[in-house]
Design a protein around this ligand. Sequence first.
Ligand code: FO1
Length: 314
Amino acid sequence: MDGSLTVIAGGVGAARFLQGALAVVPPETVTILGNVGDDLAIYGLHVSPDLDTVLYTLTGWIDEDKGWGVRGDTSRALDRARELGAPAWFWLGDLDIGLHLARTERLRRGEPLSAATAEIAEALGLRARLLPVTDDRLRTIVETDDGDLEFQEYYVGRGHRDVVRGLRFEGAEGARPAPGVLEALRESAAIVIAPSNPFISVGPVLAVPGVREVLVERSAPCIAVSPIVAGEALRGPAAGMMRSLGHEASALGVARIYGGLIDALVIDEADAALAPDIEALGIHAVVADTIMRDAAAREGLARAALDAAGAVHA
Ligand code: FO1
């Protein structure tokens, strides 16, 4: 590809898409804007699940079955904590804890999250640039019939079973884009919104003042990949959340949510019949196999998205 690529990323789906993208374009030309809305402070540690899922996936450490955490990790530290009476509801493996110790220590010394992330990513051998969208505190709050829940309480603690009535991104209004975020969006040859939950993964990124504005004004093509296939999310609560928040749970619903921000939407072959309705919104519909089952499928999907941007070498 000529020029650089910026990818707006959530967790597992984004990480798998990025794995394909880094096989298609030089990794050094890719900037990843990561979601921090699902970060949490737990057991005294700062955990950034989406940044870590991307990092572990792209450096070969990921537990592919779970989609998050470190492959083959043990839980001796957490087991001991549980024995000693800690409320160990959020699973952290031993190797993963090592990363959180390194990050938390840097933050405690006053480093911004973006600098801590860059150092850790470099040490793990990541060749792309991974940027948290902001260094400021931004937390996704899920509004349910049982009241407001912090994101991981909703997602892990309660198994994302609550009906989502609304979402808030606490701290977003005053959050500043991390250094390099707006520049990456302005200077990229192409922007991709990865197949991530539009509300809880992409939403917090777009909520940081400046990000949405730069996307609206961009000159580079912006392509999204639908995380909804045949009316269902491949993982997680996106479909139910779309319905409870008043949207149609389909690739067309995704197109409407991203209206004004994207030039093209990559949809699955199963949703080919929705293409004319998406095109009627002024969004080019690209039909591809979006099920990222293995490395070849991930690469194929990345190629389809970047082809749509007219930005990939054959
Ligand atoms: N997901 C779970 O379902 N249960 C867990 O105990 C859990 C722990 C965890 C620890 C570190 C990490 O990076 C991710 C973890 N996840 C866990 C996944 C995480 O909740 C989700 O990936 C997201 O935050 C949603 O994108």
